[in-house]
Design a protein around this ligand. Structure first.
Ligand code: OGA
Ligand code: NI
Length: 401
C-alpha cells in the first residue's frame, strides 16, 4: 500500500529461507516471521538487488552495501531469513545465485547437506561439553599460548570494548593445523603443535577434533569455490597454493555460561564484531543466541536472531572477504546474547596462508569503483586483530603467581 507521503507499510510473512534442492517439508519451508517494515524510499526492490549485484560484480558501482539507500526498518524481526545452500545440489548455478544474494544482503547463510555426519557433529559437541566441564585448574593447564592455541577463559576475549563492561561471557578452545614441532612452520602463529587434553582425562577427544577439523576444511573449500563463482572468478581461484595452500584454519570450541545478557549494561555472551577471517562455519546447539545487524549505521540498529539449525552450518563472511571483494560481499556485525541457558557452539575459521596478500579482486574494481582498502598481508591483519581483542597473557601469569 503506497501512502501519499511516499512511505510504504507492509505486513507480510516471509519464507523461512530461500531453498534450493532441499528436502524439508513444505510446512517447514513456510515457517514465517512476522515483520513490520517502514520503507522511506522504494528505490530498492528485489529486482533492483539482483540488477545491482550484477553491476557491482561488473565493477560499476561505487559504494558498499551499507549505503544511503534509505530503507529504514523500524519494526521487529524476531528471526532472520537466511538462504540455504545445499552442497548436495547438482544445480551449481542455483547455489551460486542463492549464495550471491546472501553475500550481498547479509553475508550469512546456512550450508546444508555438507557431508559431515550428524554423529560426528554430535560427538564434537559431547567432547566439547566434557572439556568445559573439567575443573578450571585442569583447563588452565591448557591455557592458550602465544600462537593462539589452547584454552581461553571467561572474559579473555573482548570483541566490542566500547560497549562491554567485561569481556565476553564465554570460554573457548583454539585448535590450529597440527604441525610437528621440528617443522619450521611450527613457529608460525595459529599453527601446531596443538595443546591437547591428555587421553587419560578425555579419551578420543583429539581424534574427534582432528576428524571434524579435516572435514570442516573440505566443506569450507567447497563453499569457497561457490563464493569464487559468485564473484565471477574461476571456481578454483581461492584454491591457489598462495591463497589456501597452507591456510590458517582454526577450530574453536565455545561455551557460553547460562547468563542473561543485558546490552543496556554492556553484558554480552559475545560482543558485536565482524569475523577477522575469510569465512566461518558455525555449528550451534539448539539454544538461540546469535544475532546479526545488517544496518549497523542505522539510527537504531536492529538485531535479528539467527535460528539454530541442527546439522547445518551457519556460514558467515569475514572481513578479509569484504576487503577482497571491495565491500561487494558483506561481513556483517554479529553478537551473542545469553538467555539464561548454557550454550555451546563450534566455530571453524578459515583464513588464507600467513603470507597471502589480501587485495581487491580484479572483478570487484573499475575506474569508477577503485579499491577501498590498501593490500594487507593476512598474518599482519590477524595479529593486530588478535592483539586488539584478547587479554595480554601476562594477566594470567600475575594471577597465577
Ligand atoms: C565467533 C562467533 C557465534 C556463536 O566466534 O566469532 O561469532 O554463536 N560465534 O558462538
Ligand atoms: Ni563471529
Amino acid at each position: 500500500m503506497l501512502l501519499s507521503n511516499g512511505v510504504v507499510f507492509f505486513f507480510f510473512s516471509i519464507p523461512f529461507a530461500a531453498v534450493a534442492c532441499n528436502s524439508e517439508s513444505p510446512s517447514d519451508r513456510r515457517r514465517s516471521s512476522f515483520v513490520v517494515i517502514t520503507v522511506k524510499s522504494d528505490r530498492r526492490t528485489d529486482g533492483d538487488l539482483s540488477k545491482r549485484a550484477s553491476h557491482l560484480l561488473a565493477g560499476e558501482a561505487a559504494a558498499c552495501m551499507d549505503d544511503a539507500n534509505a530503507i529504514e526498518v523500524t519494526g521487529v524481526v524476531p528471526a532472520s531469513t537466511l538462504n540455504r545452500i545445499d552442497l548436495s545440489c547438482s544445480d551449481i548455478q542455483q547455489s551460486v545465485s542463492l549464495l550471491k544474494q546472501a553475500c550481498l544482503d547479509s553475508g550469512f547463510f546456512y550450508v546444508i547437506n555438507h557431508g559431515i555426519s550428524q554423529d560426528l557433529m554430535e560427538e564434537v559437541f559431547v567432547q566439547s561439553r566434557r572439556f568445559f566441564g573439567l575443573p578450571l585448574s585442569e583447563k588452565m593447564k591448557l591455557l592458550r599460548n602465544e600462537k593462539h592455541l589452547g584454552y581461553t577463559p571467561l572474559f579473555d576475549e573482548v570483541l566490542d570494548a566500547g560497549n562491554q563492561i567485561q569481556g565476553d561471557y564465554k570460554e573457548g578452545y583454539y585448535i590450529g593445523a597440527e604441525v610437528p614441532e621440528d617443522d619450521p612452520d611450527a613457529q608460525r602463529s595459529h599453527f601446531g603443535p596443538n595443546l591437547w587434553p591428555s587421553e587419560d582425562i578425555l579419551p578420543r577427544w583429539r581424534q574427534a577434533m582432528e576428524k571434524f577439523g579435516s572435514q570442516a576444511l573440505k566443506v569450507a573449500k567447497v563453499a569457497a569455490r561457490i563464493i569464487a563463482l559468485a564473484l565471477d572468478l574461476e571456481a578454483d581461484f581461492f584454491d591457489k597454493p598462495e591463497i589456501l595452500g597452507e591456510p590458517i584454519a582454526t577450530l574453536r570450541l565455545l561455551h557460553y555460561e547460562g547468563l542473561v545478557s543485558d546490552p543496556s549494561k554492556g553484558i554480552y555472551g559475545a560482543g558485536a564484531h565482524s569475523d577477522f577471517n575469510f569465512i566461518t562455519l558455525l555449528a550451534t546447539d539448539d539454544v538461540p543466541g546469535l544475532q546479526i545487524c545488517k544496518k549497523k549505521d542505522a539510527k537504531s540498529p536492529m538485531w535479528e536472531f539467527v535460528q539454530p539449525m541442527r546439522g547445518a552450518f551457519i556460514v558467515n563472511l569475514g572481513v578479509m572477504l569484504e576487503r577482497w571483494s571491495n565491500c561487494i560481499f558483506r561481513s556483517t556485525l554479529h553478537r551473542v546474547i545469553g538467555n539464561g541457558q548454557e550454550r555451546y557452539s563450534i566455530a571453524y575459521f578459515l583464513k588464507p596462508n600467513h603470507d597471502c596478500l589480501i587485495e581487491c579482486l580484479p572483478t570487484c574494481m573499475s575506474e569508477e569503483n577503485p579499491p577501498k582498502f590498501p593490500p594487507v598481508q593476512c598474518q599482519t591483519y590477524l595479529s593486530q586483530r588478535f592483539k586488539d581483542t584478547h587479554a595480554d597473557l601476562n594477566v594470567y601469569r600475575t594471577e597465577g603467581a
